[in-house]
Design a protein around this ligand. Structure first.
Ligand SMILES: Nc1ncnc2c1ncn2[C@@H]1O[C@H](COP(=O)(O)OP(=O)(O)OP(=O)(O)O)[C@@H](O)[C@H]1O
Ligand SMILES: CC(C)(CO)[C@@H](O)C(=O)[O-]
Ligand code: BAL
Length: 284
């Protein structure tokens, strides 16, 4: 696996690969890789001639300076993991490479960024759109792989791709979980032992809500989710929402044929985690 730090080098490399007719898959990450990332990478390796993983802890998407400072960074371990899945290139630039001018565009995603992650993390999606747009520009992938865990991010990236006419296919990969149901996440590495024991309650709350869907009004289910998490010391619910899985807009009542996303964000100790479950209302 070749490691590239310079934007000019990755541009030249992909230009040469494209001239040879190679199909390129991109897996953008912030590192501290886990099995969720590795599944995205394995899928890209299967579906493309060349797989490029990017690792960049993007400062412009962090609305909380501590979250940025404490974000897990473990490049040597990541490199070893990338080799095990057959990744061809790691693109790991510095912030100076990515943002030489320290000038940032302002995007507007309308209603899509007014809810959930957009509402609770001001500026977050502007930073995500900025870095993802730059990565698409540098790497020119045929396919780009994102995880359903960050479902609203997928909707933002979809709008970015359509809005700027990027010529690529987006892949949204299902959530990979630990045995106890906790969605894998790099930030899980920041949990202490007690917090790690508490963290699967986010998924339990989603399952509780799913099990009540046909029986109770959505508002009542929201209250029950809050009541379920409330007694847990160190767990603080930020939001639990029923949303349309495509538009991310809040859903007040169920409709046949709808793909409903149950979305949750909560602090476990100092660590903010998110999770979601998609329910197809034809099947439930
Ligand atoms: N458990 C998972 N299953 C599938 N995809 C995942 C999972 N966790 C992360 N991803 C995806 O991997 C890509 C890179 O994510 P990122 O590097 O931010 O890791 P992360 O685990 O989401 O970290 P954190 O949530 O702590 O920021 C994103 O598209 C993300 O949605
Ligand atoms: C897409 C991404 C790599 C952009 O920094 C990040 O938001 C993430 O890891 O989900
Ligand atoms: N995995 C999503 C990126 C973030 O939380 O900043």
């Amino acid at each position: 696996m070749q490691i590239i730090e310079q934007v000019s080098t990755i541009r030249q490399t992909v230009q040469e690969l494209r001239c040879k007719g190679k199909r390129i898959g991109l897996v953008p990450t912030m590192g501290a890789l886990h099995e969720g990332h590795l599944q995205l990478l394995r899928t890209s390796v299967q579906e493309n001639d060349i797989t490029i993983c990017s690792i960049f802890v993007n400062p412009t998407q962090f609305n909380n300076p501590d979250d940025y400072k404490l974000y897990p960074r473990m490049l040597e371990q990541d490199i070893a993991l990338l080799k095990t899945v057959g990744c061809d290139y790691l693109f790991a630039p510095t912030a100076q490479e990515v943002y030489p001018q320290q000038q940032y565009l302002q995007f507007s995603f309308g209603k899509l960024e007014a809810v959930m992650e957009g509402e609770h993390r001001p500026g977050h999606f502007n930073g995500v759109a900025t870095i993802v747009g730059k990565l698409f520009n540098f790497v020119q992938p045929h396919k780009a792989y994102f995880g359903q865990k960050d479902l609203q991010q997928v909707a933002i990236v979809r709008q970015l791709v359509h809005g700027l006419s990027f010529d690529l296919e987006l892949v949204c990969y299902p959530i990979i979980r630990e045995e106890d149901g906790l969605a894998m996440s790099s930030r899980n590495k920041r949990l202490n032992e007690k917090q790690r024991m508490l963290a699967p309650n986010l998924y339990k709350a989603l399952q509780l809500a799913q099990s009540q869907l046909q029986a109770k009004p959505l508002q009542q289910i929201k209250e029950e989710v809050a009541a379920f998490l409330e007694p847990l010391e160190e767990v603080e619910l930020e939001y639990f929402e029923f949303a349309d899985s495509y538009t991310m807009q809040p859903v007040q009542s169920l409709q046949e044929g709808q793909e409903l996303a149950l979305c949750i964000a909560a602090y476990v100790g100092p660590v903010r985690l998110i999770d979601n479950l998609i329910v197809n209302l034809n099947e439930s």
